[in-house]
Design a protein around this ligand. Structure first.
Ligand code: NAG
Length: 281
């Protein structure tokens, strides 16, 4: 039991508050910052990534979520003109979520941006914030959003790929999350980072048994990681399909080399199909 409490004080959900655009950790670490850990592998940004070519990831979505403490910020992916996929720990915060499509500079009123409110939020019924299982939610858009060169859907894995573990694939994670552990606010511009998919067994050495088949981990070497504010956002395989939804990381730093953890999309193809108009091949 002690072990469990320790584990869950270690993990922080990668959510950011947009009012002050600050990260809000659901399970803040009670540990002091460890000098030795912090010294190793420090590098800037998503963390460790770069600003993307504007509108080169047209499936990337930003979410403004009204909460009692102000507006929370999350990422998401466009699956169809009526369907957005994000994390449950983002979707559960409100039923009226503002969905920002076609954005690069998220704080600006770019003329490429389209903003719509969710017509419905479907949080995975088995989302469990203690075991961090099933961290997935679907937002519905009505009427359907119009696609253009800046607003495009992302492919899902096919049923034939449902058992592929994507081990060692170099995937792309993206978002407006904190660009460094020192940052106090989310990034002005969309950033991405290339990260190799790691083995769940190795990932569990960091997260003490939290990691299940329904999770996917990427290696954090070189400080490359997702960070607060990237929650709900995409991890896309080198072959172009969405394989992860940003879920959680370690709360005392995104740049310290720990794996980032995603909800493994291949495990939820049926749930997505049952709750949207998205066709799975
Ligand atoms: C979404 O809903 C909020 C609250 O009702 C409203 O203030 C905002 O203008 C809406 N946004 C859009 C794009 O309709």
């Amino acid at each position: 039991m002690k072990m469990k409490l320790l584990v869950f004080s270690l993990v922080a959900i990668a959510l950011a508050q947009a009012a002050e655009w600050k990260p809000a950790h659901i399970h803040p670490s009670t540990l002091p910052r460890n000098g030795q850990l912090m010294k190793s592998k420090i590098s800037p940004r998503i963390t460790g990534g770069d600003e993307v070519e504007p509108h080169s990831l047209p499936y990337q979505v930003g979410l403004m979520i009204p909460t009692d403490d102000g507006t929370a910020f999350c990422g998401a992916s466009l699956l169809s003109p009526t369907t957005v996929l994000t994390a449950a720990h983002c979707g559960e915060l409100s039923t009226n979520i503002e969905i920002v499509l076609g954005a690069h500079r998220i704080r600006d009123n770019e003329d490429t941006q389209v903003r719509v409110n969710s017509s419905q939020v479907v949080v995975h019924p088995d989302w469990d914030r203690l075991t961090l299982q099933n961290d997935l939610a679907i937002l519905r858009i009505s009427p359907a959003v119009e696609l253009n060169e800046n607003i495009q859907t992302v492919a899902l894995p096919t049923r034939a790929n449902a058992n592929d573990d994507y081990l060692d694939d170099v995937a792309t994670a993206s978002g407006w999350g904190l660009a460094s552990d020192g940052a106090e606010t989310i990034s002005d511009v969309l950033r991405s980072v290339q990260v190799p998919v790691g083995a769940n067994s190795g990932c569990n050495l960091y997260y003490f048994g939290v990691i299940q088949d329904t999770h996917l981990c990427t290696a954090g070497d070189g400080g490359k990681s997702t960070c607060s504010g990237d929650s709900g956002g995409p991890l896309v395989a080198s072959t172009g399909e969405l394989i992860g939804v940003t879920s959680f990381g370690i709360s005392f730093g995104c740049e310290i080399g720990w794996p980032a953890v995603f909800t493994r999309v291949t495990k939820y193809l049926d749930w997505i199909a049952e709750n949207s108009d998205v066709e799975i091949n």
